[in-house]
Design a binder for this molecule. Structure first.
Ligand code: SF4
Length: 455
């Protein structure tokens, strides 16, 4: 649990020597409490202070890294609700194959995992993991399937078997993939811990009740092993929701360290896609670490990835696109030029509407720190002066022959300032809503025809 500045100050030498860069030990303690300094910066800190502060700074939910490059991260969460700060690592989504599936079905699923990509607000999302479940009795066949899944997709695996011998063989066969062994029970804990450690994998632990699970995780911690996932045995959606919430609360609010690990959940196979979706949604909503889907379904996958994006987006960091001039369609030098902000949702809405209108154009996107049009304008980030400065910096007048800029209707008031700062350019006030861009373009074309006839 986090210590207060006063509690930290009591652990410091209190000599106010200033060698840490702070005027007093109290000021240094306040910096540590605010996570702006570390105890290592005080050369006179006692062993006790280093130990206590080190333990206090350990994240309440331990971070787990998966994959050969350890790029898939789980855990390290510090809050129960996203608005309190942010969530750090999103729920990993895995798709399951069974060793008893037909070879055609296995190929189809692995290809789907490999090829699946979903684009949302400029980011590409892919399936994170493959789970391999033992249903048959062929130990070597299971290990060979695990190797095939790893080599085909390049994803870390969740190896699932009730037999420690099968898991040991597969763990050795995919050494280097940094996968998950699922799951150790109170009876197989010792044997599977050795296998996980030897082959550099993560070990999921499971038990019929929470007390036993707590004891298993405590035992692993006492042996110095921390690459742990918790797999709860629940019998209903309600229980799943309650268990996940209660355990995460215990880890975050009561500093119950043996429960401070990411979760692993296998969803039950059912023909009812909505039931599967409900289980997966509950897991993503309520702190899931890895959620294993029994089958691949593209509609379900798109739903879950979109939900996950919404939940795990940092509310303090707006999603933004790179500030630059974007060609929409195949614009020519005399194609119309639109201006908007670099908030991703705004950019994709405006560019989509220009595209839908069947007209090619240029979209000028200055840096507005990821804010939407009105917010950026209110914050002084989308003014006539700032847009003009950006237009000059990117050399727009060398790129296009038109000298007209279309600005969003909501900021009609900046048109005069923009024209003043961009001599030779005419500013047109576009529609307030992106949905009206198509009719705006049609109207401009009609006006231009009339003008040509008059001339
Ligand atoms: Fe206090 Fe240590 Fe900083 Fe000196 S270096 S002021 S003893 S915290």
């Amino acid at each position: 649990m986090a210590l207060t500045g006063l509690q930290i100050q009591k652990l410091l030498p209190k000599t106010n020597c200033k060698e840490c860069g702070s005027n007093t030990c109290m000021a240094f303690a306040m910096k540590i409490a605010a996570k702006k300094a570390e105890i290592a910066e005080c050369p006179y800190a006692s062993e006790e202070a280093i130990q206590v502060l080190g333990a206090a700074s350990e994240p309440p939910v331990r971070g787990i890294a998966l994959g050969p490059d350890r790029m898939l991260k789980l855990g390290e969460e510090t809050v129960l609700y996203r608005h309190e700060k942010t969530f750090f690592h999103q729920t990993a989504i895995a798709v399951n194959i069974n060793d008893t599936d037909s070879s055609g079905m296995i190929e189809e699923t692995l290809t789907a995992v490999l090829d699946y990509r979903l684009e949302r607000v400029g980011e590409i999302f892919r399936i994170d993991m493959v789970a391999v479940t033992q249903r048959g009795s062929d130990v070597n066949g299971f290990a060979a399937l695990a190797v095939k899944a790893w080599k085909t997709t390049g994803r870390p695996l969740v190896l699932r078997s009730e037999s420690p011998g099968t898991l040991n063989a597969a763990a050795a066969a995919v050494k280097g993939s940094r996968s998950v062994l699922a799951a150790a029970t109170p009876e197989t804990l010792g044997e599977l811990r050795i296998s996980a450690e030897k082959n550099d994998h993560v070990l999921a632990v499971t038990a019929p009740d929470l007390d036993s699970l707590f004891r298993c995780a405590s035992h692993l911690r006492e042996t110095g092993f921390h690459d742990i996932l918790l797999q709860f045995q629940t019998s209903s959606l309600t229980e799943q929701f309650q268990t996940n919430s209660a355990i995460r609360r215990a880890a975050l609010k009561d500093a119950v360290k043996p429960l401070g690990y990411p979760f692993l959940r296998f969803l039950r196979h059912t023909d009812d896609l909505l039931e599967m979706a409900a289980g997966a949604i509950a897991e993503i909503d309520k702190y899931g670490g890895i959620c294993v889907l029994p089958v691949f379904d593209p509609a379900l996958m798109a739903t879950l990835m979109t939900l996950r994006l919404n939940i795990y987006t940092d509310p303090q960091k707006p999603i933004q696109v790179e500030p630059r001039v974007y060609p929409i369609g195949e614009p020519r030098p005399d194609s119309p030029v639109f201006v908007t902000t670099n908030f991703s949702l705004t950019y994709f809405t405006v560019s989509g509407e220009i595209e839908n209108s069947g007209t090619s154009g240029w979209l000028v996107v200055p840096d507005c720190e990821g804010m939407s049009v009105l917010t950026a304008w209110a914050a002084g980030k989308f003014s006539g002066a700032s847009i003009a400065k950006f237009v000059k910096e990117v050399g727009l007048e060398n790129q296009v022959s038109t000298r007209e800029l279309v600005i969003p209707g909501y900021v009609a008031q900046i048109s005069g300032e923009l024209e003043e700062n961009l001599p030779g350019w005419k500013v047109l006030v576009g529609p307030q809503d992106a949905a009206d861009i198509e009719s705006f373009i049609k109207m401009q074309k009609a006006k231009s025809k009339v003008q040509n006839v008059k001339e």
